[in-house]
Structure formats: C-alpha cells, structure tokens
Design a protein around this ligand. Structure first.
Ligand code: AP5
Ligand code: MG
Length: 191
C-alpha cells in the first residue's frame, strides 16, 4: 500500500492536492476536516461539539479524533492506500496512526509537507471565507489556527524527518505546478 500523509499549515493546499492525488493514484482520501464539517452540516450532537472547537481554531481532543480515524479506516477495506489529510495533527496522533497502520502490517510511506508562506496562507483562507461558510475562515480564527499549527502540529515535521519520511514540497506555485512536484516524488517511490 501507498500511505501518504499530506502535511501543511491551514490553507497550504492539502485538500486541493489530495483530490488530485487520489484521482491519479487511486488512493482513498481521508480528510478529518471534511468528516467534521459533514457532522456539522448534519447538525449531529458530535458536530455541534466539534464546531465549538473548530470555530475558535482549536483542535478537537486527541482521544476523540483517534477513535474517529480508527472508525474511518475500518470502513475502507481492500484499498490501494490512503491519503491522510488533516491527520495527524499532534505527536500523539502521529504515534496513534503508526499503531493503527501496524495492525494491518502497514506504515506511513511518505509525508508530503506543503511549504507556503504565512501571508499567502492568510490571503487564501480569507478569500475562501467570502464563499465557504466555514466557521473558521475569518481573520480572528485564522490567527488561532496558525498558532495551533506552529505549537502543536509543526513538531511532527521533526518526528517524520527523523524517520526519513518527510519530503518538502514548494506549495506556492499554481495548483498544477504543486501537483507536478508531488507526482515526481510519488512516481519515484512507486518506481
Ligand atoms: P482542516 O479542515 O484540516 O483545515 P486546515 O488544516 O486548517 O486547512 P484547510 O482545509 O483550510 O486548508 P488546506 O491545507 O486543505 O488547503 P486547501 O486545499 O483547502 O481542519 C479544520 C479544523 O478541524 C481544525 O482547525 C480543527 O479544529 C479540526 N480538526 C481537523 N482535523 C483534526 C485533527 N486531526 N485533530 C484535531 N482537530 C482536527 O486550499 C486553501 C485555499 O487555497 C482554497 O481556497 C484553495 O482553492 C486555494 N489554493 C490551494 N492551492 C492553491 C495554489 N497552489 N495557489 C493558489 N490558491 C490555492
Ligand atoms: Mg483542507
């Protein structure tokens, strides 16, 4: 299996690139953010609770997210591989993902880290906020999301580079240029 973690700050292009990767390489796209927004849209109890974190830019607690991810993976039997988008977001989630994959005799193949400057991240998110309806696409929350990213999520870069799994991808070209860089890396891995 090819198990990809697509990694990056809010607005770095994880969702955009995951869609393209999953089409080209026939991988299962697991986005914890999309899953949470579906719960919010369906107005479930879980969705309401999740939105109280999301709208402030905070992370949902690890135990809750780890259980949810385990459920999502169980439902996807017999796939060629996964793209994990928005998970892991903490070292605890990174370790949990390793354990979950180990149950299937699998591991994280590669971590694609989309590198985008902060000004560009903010511009992209505020622009999307004009139409997205996402409770976290506004100036106050963006600041909190970036802080959370630096404090809680970015340490995972070290976690994965120590395992020689981290590949930095310049994330600031056009969507197609970024995808071209990603494809080059993945084609080399597939061989
Ligand atoms: P999540 O949904 O994962 O959001 P995020 O990480 O903050 O990132 P975004 O989805 O905003 O950006 P993206 O990197 O996917 O970029 P996109 O392709 O959309 O998480 C939301 C919240 O849910 C979290 O804050 C947290 O509260 C909670 N949550 C989720 N997972 C969790 C977990 N594991 N644990 C705990 N809590 C969790 O692109 C952004 C914009 O830029 C788009 O408009 C796009 O069209 C545009 N764009 C993309 N690429 C380019 C390009 N190359 N050039 C110009 N524009 C571009
Ligand atoms: Mg996303």
């Amino acid at each position: 299996m090819l198990n990809i973690v697509i990694f990056g700050a809010p607005g770095s292009g994880k969702g955009t690139q995951s869609t393209k990767i999953s089409e080209k390489y026939a991988l299962e796209h697991i986005s914890t953010g999309d899953m949470l927004r579906a719960e919010i849209k369906a107005n479930t109890e879980f969705g309401k609770k999740a939105n109280s974190y999301i709208s402030k830019g905070y992370l949902i607690p690890d135990e809750v997210m780890i259980d949810k991810l385990d459920d999502l993976m169980k439902k996807k039997n017999g796939v060629k591989g996964f793209i994990f988008d928005g998970f892991p977001r903490t070292i605890a989630q990174g370790k949990a993902l390793d354990e979950m994959l180990e149950k299937y005799d699998e591991k994280v193949t590669v971590v694609l880290s989309l590198e985008v400057e902060e000004d560009e991240l903010v511009d992209r998110i505020l622009k999307r906020g004009e139409i997205s309806g996402r409770s976290d696409d506004n100036r106050e929350t963006v600041e909190a999301r970036l802080n959370v990213y630096h404090n809680q999520t970015e340490p995972l870069k070290n976690y994965y580079s120590e395992q020689f799994k981290l590949v930095r991808i310049p994330g600031q070209g056009t969507i197609d240029e970024v995808f071209e860089s990603i494809s080059t890396v993945l084609d080399r891995i597939i061989g």
